[in-house]
Design a binder for this molecule. Structure first.
Ligand code: KG4
Ligand code: ZN
Length: 341
């Protein structure tokens, strides 16, 4: 069985082909970062239009690089149907469903976050169930316990900004380009950790939810209080901000492991690339005999391999319903809780 996966939920156009026996045969991605960079964040309408331009050639290239023919070699088309940007999702869903229809194969709607949670299974040395996933990206901050495929419990989530969004907005305040995470991390290396201290929100009370808008306000107020802001000031703010975020994520992740009884933490999403977060989690978890697992960077951020994988897992569960009369309907779910799968 071979599944073509398509991902267009945000600012990455991606396509991949996963084979049940041989694993990943192709994995292509086109990032829109440059397109959105002047605006300091993703502009939904620009994202949709760019997906329209790029998706068809990208799928062709994906098939070509795997040496496969669509009609003969593909058994199903999986696509992200939510959560994400409405227009961007519509492009992927419309394309994927039409393509599947054209070759008489099933189209499989996939939940983007579920695909992220199971992304580590693509790799040869996958973590054992149960594990806790810390999903930290531009759009999401989640702690989820994964008991097995299809069995998820949300332990905590952000009640306001996603952590990546906090990085991006703080970077904007510091005059840094988008995406802000890597820029802040770079600048923080020059910063003095003693100069400012920002709060570690919601760590002093029980529970596993997050809130990041307060730290952002703290950054704004700190900058306002300085009469003029020089390079050292900006580096010191970046350092205080990064330290506060990393501490918060570490405290909550450890708490999630302790409360859930799982022994492995999987870190996914773009913020998972943060070096300080990686070092701290590795060190603190090891002290408690716990493990941290990082999927390879290409499976950590948005990609279509994870979509194809979930499609492959779902293919077994498909019934005739998938070929029934709603086959031509194109429905997406911009808001879609993991608990309503
Ligand atoms: O998962 P991702 O690539 O895309 C989506 O959110 O869809 O995550 C992107 C986010 C951005 O907010 C970016 O600023 C953040 O990940 N990011 C980082 C780092 N690299 C990327 N945040 C902190 N430190 C980093 N090194
Ligand atoms: Zn994502």
């Amino acid at each position: 069985m071979r599944v073509l996966g398509i991902e267009t939920s945000c600012d990455e156009t991606a396509a991949a082909i996963l084979c049940e026996k041989k694993g990943l045969l192709a994995n292509q991605l086109y990032s829109q970062i440059e397109l959105h960079s002047p605006y300091g964040g993703v502009v939904p309408e620009l994202a949709s239009r760019d997906h329209i331009r790029k998706l068809s050639p990208l799928v062709k290239e994906t098939l070509h690089s795997a040496g496969l023919q669509l009609k003969q070699d593909i058994d199903a088309v999986a696509y992200t149907s939510g959560p994400g940007l409405m227009g961007a999702l519509m492009v992927g869903a419309g394309f994927a469903r039409s393509l599947a229809w054209s070759i008489g194969k099933p189209a499989i709607a996939v939940h983007h976050m579920e695909a992220h949670l199971l992304a580590p299974l693509i790799e040869n040395i996958a973590p054992q169930f149960p594990y806790v996933a810390l999903l930290v990206s531009g759009g999401h901050t989640l702690l989820v316990k994964i008991e097995s495929v299809g069995k998820y419990k949300i332990l905590g989530e952000s009640i306001d900004d996603a952590v990546g969004e906090a990085f991006d907005k703080t970077a904007q305040m510091l005059g840094l380009p988008y995406p802000g995470g890597p820029e802040i991390a770079r600048l923080a290396l020059e910063g003095n950790p003693q100069r400012f201290s920002f709060p570690r929100p919601m760590t002093d009370r029980p529970g596993l939810d997050f809130s990041f808008s307060g730290i952002k306000t703290h950054v704004l107020n700190t900058l306002k209080e300085l009469s003029s802001v020089d390079d050292q000031d900006r580096a010191d703010v970046a350092r205080a901000f990064e330290d506060a975020i990393v501490d918060t994520l570490r405290i909550k992740s450890l708490r999630a492991l302790e409360q859930s009884g799982a022994r492995t933490l999987v870190v996914a999403g773009g913020v998972g690339a943060n070096k300080k977060l990686r070092e701290q989690l590795k060190e603190k978890l090891a002290k408690k005999g716990l493990e941290v697992f990082y999927p390879a960077p290409e499976y950590c951020t948005d990609n279509a391999a994870m979509v194809a994988q979930l499609g492959l897992l779902r293919l077994d569960q498909l019934d005739s319903h998938n070929f029934a009369d709603d086959k031509l309907a194109i429905n997406v779910r911009p808001r879609w809780s993991l608990e309503n799968l």
